[in-house]
Every structure is written in structure tokens, then in C-alpha cells.
Design a protein around this ligand. Structure first.
Ligand SMILES: NC(=O)c1ccc[n+]([C@@H]2O[C@H](COP(=O)([O-])OP(=O)(O)OC[C@H]3O[C@@H](n4cnc5c(N)ncnc54)[C@H](O)[C@@H]3O)[C@@H](O)[C@H]2O)c1
Length: 259
């Protein structure tokens, strides 16, 4: 029970890494605020936590809108009395996976920046404000990507993740005197979440299996990354076991970056 007595806010909690982390945090004793732009999906994750005997609050929130993120943190504090952990996990792919830089429209660019960078900026900002009001520190975790650590194309998405990484490290430095830690997990290819379908990839079982095979071949450990792999890393980084760990970009990548 690594997170006993803590309250955690998780964005993108309706699917993939966010859902797996919300469930894992709850299994470790946290009360979890499950936020997602898809309210039904957030409710579904919260229901699973409650059915397992945990405490959860579903919130519909678009992380690209500051007022909604501010309300999310306020809501979490009002409902559970305190906020200890904010996991800014939302990220969206380019609307057409494989699109080159010049194939991105201005709208594609603005949307990727608004959600992937704006969402993390608003999440960090309102977490820091809440932690400073509370006066007892706090923990921020962001979801970056190996795409922000090495280059394989995907220029616009990768640039947003590079920005997430640098935001994370800078917030770690600014927050350290206040007992605020900030780290990021950097996953490699996860074919089983909804991310690739959100980028227009086919989601039928055969296509996903083919994608999983290709992804596995890229990773020295020989298998794709799962949402649960990320959730396990997330639990460590937000727990007191990592109380002297901050500013870290933590690959969850089967050795992809080391290669
Ligand atoms: N899947 C991969 O291959 C991969 C690789 C590296 C990094 N990542 C990163 O992992 C994170 C999680 O992705 P995933 O694979 O679990 O994807 P996913 O699509 O399964 O889950 C993303 C969730 O975020 C929600 N969401 C989207 N836009 C939102 C918004 N504006 N406000 C609030 N919620 C919103 C979606 O409704 C969805 O429930 C993202 O930051 C992504 O960039 C994914």
C-alpha cells in the first residue's frame, strides 16, 4: 500500500496509461480523481475503483482549457480535503499517424500544442498553486514519450513531448524548495491503448497484433510496452519510495532509448 492516505488526480483516466494508473494507484491505497474529456470513460474507471472497495471521483475535463483544469484541482481538494499527487498523463497523437512535418496543418499543430503542452502546463501550474496553498509539498508526474528523447520522425508530436520533458525538469527545479517533486515517464510504443486508433490506425485485432509485432521488434526486451508497465513505473515515482527523485525523464521502453 505505497499510496495509503494520498489523494491523486489522474488525467486521461478513461483509457490506456491513465486508466491503468488510476486503478494501480487505488490498489496502493490512494483516493483517485479520474479525469477525462470522455466523461463516460472517467466514470467507468471510477466505478471499477469503487467496485474494488476504493474511493474515486470521476470528473469530465478538457485539459486544454485552463478553467477546467483549475476546477478539476479545486474539485479534488474540496472532495477529498487535500491533493498529494497530480499525474498529467493526457497526450494525443497527430490526427494522421505517419504524417510528415509539412503535412501538418496549422490547426493540427495548434491542437497538438494545446493538448500535449497546454494540458501539462495547466496541470503543473494548478498543482503547484494547490501544493503551495497546502504548504506540505506534493508530487507531479507527467507523461512524456521516447519520441521526446530520440528522433524517428513524427516531428510535431515529438516536439510537444520534448516540451513536456523540459517543463518537467524546470518545474522540478522551481518546486524543489517547496518540497514539490516533478518527474516524467517516457513510454515507447503501446499498441494496446487507444492512442494509435486516435491517430487513425486501424483498431481491429489483426492490425493491432501486426502493430504489436513491429513494436516488439524495435524494443531490445522484445515486447511492446503496456499501460500496466507505465502504471508500475508511475506508482514508484509518485510514492515516497522516490522521495529523493525529481527532474527525471524515466523511459518505460524495453531498452529502446539505450539502443
Ligand atoms: N500509445 C503509445 O504508443 C504512446 C507512446 C508514448 C507515449 N504515449 C503517451 O501516453 C499518454 C497516454 O496515452 P495512451 O496510450 O494511454 O492513450 P489513450 O488514447 O488510450 O488514452 C488517452 C486518454 O486521454 C483522453 N483525452 C484526450 N484528449 C483529452 C483532453 N483534451 N482532455 C482530457 N482527456 C483527454 C482520452 O479520452 C483517453 O481516455 C499520452 O500522453 C501519450 O502521448 C503513448
Amino acid at each position: 500500500m505505497l499510496l495509503q492516505g494520498k489523494t491523486a488526480v489522474v488525467t486521461g483516466a478513461g483509457s490506456g496509461v491513465g486508466a491503468a494508473s488510476a486503478l494501480r494507484f487505488a490498489a496502493e491505497g490512494a483516493r483517485v480523481v479520474c479525469a477525462d474529456i470522455q466523461g463516460d470513460a472517467a466514470q467507468d474507471t471510477a466505478r471499477q475503483i469503487e467496485n474494488a472497495g476504493g474511493a474515486a471521483l470521476p470528473v469530465t475535463c478538457d485539459v486544454a482549457r485552463e478553467a477546467e483544469v483549475e476546477a478539476l484541482i479545486a474539485n479534488a481538494a474540496a472532495h477529498f480535503g487535500h491533493v498529494d499527487i497530480v499525474f498529467n498523463n493526457v497526450g494525443v497523437p497527430t490526427p494522421r499517424l505517419g504524417a510528415t512535418l509539412e503535412e501538418h496543418t496549422a490547426d493540427d499543430f495548434q491542437r497538438l500544442v494545446a493538448v500535449n503542452v497546454g494540458g501539462v502546463f495547466f496541470g503543473c501550474k494548478h498543482a503547484v498553486l494547490q501544493f503551495k496553498r497546502q504548504g506540505s509539498g506534493g508530487v507531479i508526474l507527467n507523461t512524456g514519450s521516447v519520441a521526446g528523447l530520440v528522433a524517428w520522425g513524427g516531428a510535431v508530436y515529438s516536439a510537444t513531448k520534448g516540451a513536456v520533458h523540459q517543463l518537467t525538469r524546470s518545474v522540478a527545479i522551481e518546486g524543489a524548495p517547496f518540497g514539490i517533486r516533478a518527474n516524467a515517464i517516457c513510454p515507447a510504443g503501446m499498441p494496446y491503448t487507444h492512442f494509435m486508433a486516435a491517430g487513425g490506425a486501424p483498431a481491429d485485432a489483426e492490425s493491432v497484433a501486426r502493430m504489436a509485432e513491429r513494436t516488439a521488434a524495435n524494443h531490445p526486451l522484445g515486447r511492446p510496452i503496456t499501460a500496466e508497465d507505465c502504471a508500475q513505473a508511475a506508482v514508484f515515482l509518485v510514492s515516497d519510495n522516490a522521495s529523493n527523485v525529481t527532474g527525471v525523464l524515466f523511459p518505460v521502453d524495453g531498452g529502446y532509448v539505450a539502443k
